[in-house]
Design a protein around this ligand. Structure first.
Ligand SMILES: Cc1cc2nc3c(=O)[nH]c(=O)nc-3n(C[C@H](O)[C@H](O)[C@H](O)COP(=O)(O)OP(=O)(O)OC[C@H]3O[C@@H](n4cnc5c(N)ncnc54)[C@H](O)[C@@H]3O)c2cc1C
Ligand code: SF4
Length: 511
C-alpha cells in the first residue's frame, strides 16, 4: 500500500516494501534535503516523471523529542557523533525525509556579491554572479514564504544580541527564515512540533508529490548505473528506519540522474560507483566547513532562553573579515557539553542557564580543507580535515567580538568554553587573551555547514560539475547539493543550495 496524495504522486514508506522492485522515470533524484526537494518539485512541475529516493524515513511532529541526544540518535547520521580526523571536529548530517531542513534553524541567508564574484573569477564559472542567481533566490523565497523573524518571537536571547550590536555600532538584523507562524519555541534542532518550519518534508516534497513525483523513503541508493559514458539509473536497497538494517533490492531506470545526497554522501556514491565522474580527481576533495565558536553570556535578569526563535538574529558586520555572528539555542543537554567545571561547579553553570544566552560565530574557513573517502564497507564517509593556521586569527577575532557584544548587552559573566582561557570572563580587561596568539586546538570546533566535495569549475580538469550542476565526465548525471559550491559560501548554505538547485532544474528539464 502507498500513501496517496492529491494529484498523481505518492510517497512510499518502509512497511510497504514487500519484495524487490524497480521503477522507471525521466529523472531520478537522490536525497530529499533542500537541494533535492527543490529540483524534484521543479522537474515534476515541468511535467517530468520524477522519482525521489530518500534513505531516511518521514518523521512527523508526534515523533519529535526534546531530548537532544535521543533526537540526534534518531535523526542524524552516525547518531550525531560523526567527526573528522586530523583536526577533530564534530559535524552533523540528517537522515530523514527533508534532510537537514528538518533539524536546521531555517536561516535563509543570501551570500553577498563578493562570494559569487570569487566563485566566478577563481573557478571559471559563467553567469554565477549574485545578479544571475537572484531570480532563483527570489523564486525559492516566494515558494517558502521566507521572511525576517517577526518581533513577537524574538524573545530576550535575540533582543539582547540586537541591543549589544547596537551599543557597539555593529549592524544586525532579524534573520530571514523559511517559517510560517513560528511560535518561538526554540526547538528547531529537534524538529518543529508547531509545524511552523517550512522544512522540505512539509513544503517542496509534498508539492513535488502533488505535481506527480513518486517519493520512495527508506531507500538507500548504493550505486549509479552507467552505460558507456551515460548514467542510466540507480541501484539500492530498502533500509529499516533508525537501524539501517538492509532489506529488498531497488532498481531505477532513468534518463537523467540528479545527486542531492549531501556533500558527504554524494562523493562516496560516486567513489562506490567505480570512481565515477572523477576525471578531474576532485571528487571528495576540497571539503570545507564553517567551523563555529560559541560563547555563553550570563545576565542579571532572566533571559527565558527557551523562548524565542532558535536563531532569530544575526550580524553581518564582519562578513568580509571572515565570520558571521548569530544567536543560537539548542536543548540544554546539548548546550551543556560546552560548560566547564565538575560536580557542584558544573551544576552552578547549568543553573545559570535561566539567565543565559548563547551566541555563535561561523567562520568562513576558506583556508582550511579536508577530504571525503568511501570506507571499505557501507556508505558512511571517512572524513579528514585540517584547520589551517591562517583561519585561527579569524576564530579569535570572532570569539572576541562575541564577548564584546555580550558585555555591551549587559552580561556580567562570559563562559567562553575555550581550552587555556579562564572558565569565566567578567569584563573588557579579561578579553586581552583573544588579542594574543592562540592555537586552533584551543577551540572546540563544530560545524553543521559543509560543502565543496564535488565542486563546480568551468574547467573540467579542475572540477566535477559545470555551473548548472552537470557532470563534466558523465552524460545524464547532475549534482545539486552543497558539494558543488566551489568555495565556502561565507553565510549559512541552505538558501544558496536551493537557488543553485532551482537553476539546475531548468537545465535538467531541457536535457
Ligand atoms: C543542526 C543543523 C542546523 C543547521 N542550520 C542551518 C540554517 O539555519 N541555515 C542554513 O542555511 N543551513 C543550516 N544547516 C545546514 C543545512 O541544513 C545544510 O547545508 C543543507 O541541509 C544541505 O542540503 P543538501 O540538500 O545539500 O543536503 P542534506 O540536507 O544533507 O540532504 C541530503 C539527503 O540525502 C539523503 N541521502 C544521503 N545519502 C543517501 C543515499 N545513499 N540514498 C538515499 N538518500 C540519501 C540524506 O538522508 C538526506 O536526507 C544546518 C545543519 C544542521 C545539521
Ligand atoms: S523556533 Fe520553534 S516554532 Fe519557530 S520554527 Fe523553530 S521549532 Fe518551529
Amino acid at each position: 500500500m502507498s500513501v496517496s496524495w492529491e494529484g498523481e504522486g505518492e510517497v512510499r514508506v518502509f512497511a510497504e516494501y514487500q519484495r524487490d522492485f524497480s521503477e522507471e522515470a525521466d529523472v531520478a533524484v537522490v536525497g530529499s534535503g533542500p537541494a533535492g526537494a527543490v529540483v524534484a518539485y521543479e522537474l515534476a512541475a515541468a511535467g517530468k516523471k520524477v522519482v525521489l529516493l530518500e534513505e531516511g524515513p518521514p518523521v512527523v511532529p508526534e515523533e519529535f523529542v526534546l531530548d537532544g541526544s535521543l533526537s540526534m540518535t534518531r535523526l542524524m547520521r552516525e547518531a550525531g557523533l560523526r567527526t573528522t580526523s586530523g583536526t577533530i571536529m564534530p559535524t552533523m548530517q540528517a537522515i530523514c525525509l527533508g534532510g537537514g531542513s528538518l533539524v536546521n534553524s531555517a536561516m535563509c541567508v543570501r551570500p553577498m556579491d563578493f562570494v559569487f564574484d570569487d566563485w566566478c573569477t577563481n573557478y571559471e564559472l559563467e553567469a554565477t554572479s549574485l545578479a544571475d542567481l537572484t531570480p532563483h533566490f527570489d523564486a525559492v523565497a516566494e515558494f517558502l514564504g521566507i521572511a525576517p523573524t517577526p518581533e513577537e518571537v524574538w524573545g530576550p536571547r535575540n533582543e539582547l544580541f540586537a541591543r549589544g550590536c547596537e551599543a557597539l555600532g555593529y549592524s544586525s538584523e532579524p534573520v530571514e527564515r523559511n517559517v510560517r507562524g513560528c511560535v518561538g519555541s526554540g526547538e528547531c534542532f529537534t524538529g518543529c512540533r508547531a509545524r511552523a518550519k517550512r522544512s522540505m518534508d512539509v513544503s517542496y516534497v509534498p508539492a513535488a508529490i502533488r505535481a506527480g513525483a513518486r517519493v520512495l523513503t527508506s531507500v538507500q541508493v548504493q550505486r549509479i548505473r552507467t552505460e558507456g559514458r551515460r548514467a542510466v539509473g540507480l541501484e539500492g536497497q530498502v533500509v529499516e528506519p533508525f537501524t539501517g538494517k538492509p532489506g529488498h533490492r531497488v532498481r531505477v531506470d532513468a534518463r537523467q540522474v540528479v545527486l542531492a545526497a549531501g556533500c558527504m554522501a554524494t562523493p562516496v556514491l560516486l567513489q562506490k560507483s567505480g570512481n565515477l565522474a572523477n576525471g578531474s580527481g576532485q571528487v571528495g576533495e576540497n571539503l570545507q566547513f564553517h567551523p563555529g565558536v560559541a560563547v555563553m553570556g550570563i545576565f542579571s535578569e532572566p533571559t527565558h532562553p527557551r523562548f524565542g526563535a532558535t536563531q532569530g538574529y544575526q550580524s553581518l558586520q564582519f562578513l568580509r573579515d571572515g565570520f558571521k555572528m548569530e544567536v543560537l539555542w539548542a536543548p540544554p543537554g546539548v548546550t551543556a557539553v560546552r560548560l566547564p567545571g565538575m560536580g557542584l561547579d558544573f551544576k552552578r553553570h547549568i543553573a545559570s542557564m535561566t539567565h543565559a544566552a548563547v551566541w555563535d560565530a561561523i567562520v568562513s574557513g576558506k583556508h582550511s580543507k579536508g577530504r571525503v573517502r568511501a570506507r571499505w564497507r557501507g556508505l558512511d564517509p571517512s572524513l579528514s580535515y585540517r584547520f589551517d593556521s591562517r583561519d585561527v586569527p579569524i576564530l579569535q577575532h570572532a570569539a572576541l567580538e562575541l564577548c564584546k557584544v555580550f558585555l555591551a548587552a549587559g552580561a556580567h559573566t562570559l563562559v567562553p568554553g575555550l581550552h587555556g582561557v579562564a572558565e569565566e570572563l567578567h569584563g573588557e580587561e579579561d578579553l586581552e587573551v583573544f588579542r594574543g596568539e592562540m592555537k586552533a586546538g584551543q577551540f572546540p570546533l563544530a560545524s553543521t555547514h559543509a560543502f565543496c566535495t564535488t565542486r563546480m569549475h568551468g574547467d573540467p580538469r579542475r572540477g566535477v560539475v559545470d555551473p548548472l550542476g552537470r557532470c563534466h565526465d558523465v552524460d545524464g548525471l547532475w549534482i545539486v547539493d552543497t558539494g558543488i559550491f566551489p568555495r565556502s559560501s561565507a553565510v549559512n548554505p541552505m538558501f544558496t543550495a536551493m537557488a543553485l538547485s532551482h537553476r539546475a532544474a531548468g537545465a535538467v528539464a531541457a536535457a
